[in-house]
Design a protein around this ligand. Structure first.
Ligand code: SF4
Length: 109
């Protein structure tokens, strides 16, 4: 009788652990997905800019992902941060990515 109760208890404990483990794995997966989406967020869609906006970005070699980790738009004096890693550039008078970069980069003072 005692062994039978013990087995039933163990079975219940394991039965509760499995769904809890599944919930924790699903939550971890959702967090990773959101992080990946944030990292891939495109603040400036070059395809949908007007010709003037596109031209100035091209002439200053703007990129959504800076090749210089210490010289990003987020660290530039011309950048005004908004939400989700995006903001506005005073030079372009339009959107820029905090992770972006262009030839007019200037350190914040
Ligand atoms: S000037 Fe260039 S580096 Fe600075 S915020 Fe504007 S686009 Fe980014």
């Amino acid at each position: 009788m005692t062994d039978r109760n013990f087995s039933r208890r163990k079975l219940l404990e394991r039965g509760l652990r499995l769904p809890l483990g599944g919930v924790l794995l699903a939550a971890a997966g959702a967090t990773l997905t959101r992080a990946a989406q944030a990292a891939e967020k495109v603040c400036v869609d070059m395809e949908h800019l007007d010709s003037g906006q596109k031209s100035i970005r091209e002439s200053l070699n703007y990129t959504n992902k800076s090749p210089h980790p210490n010289m990003t738009c987020g660290q530039c004096g011309f950048f005004e941060a908004k939400a989700d890693g995006c903001g506005d550039c005073m030079i372009f008078t339009g959107p820029a990515a905090a992770a972006g970069h262009c030839d007019s980069w200037s350190a914040k003072s």
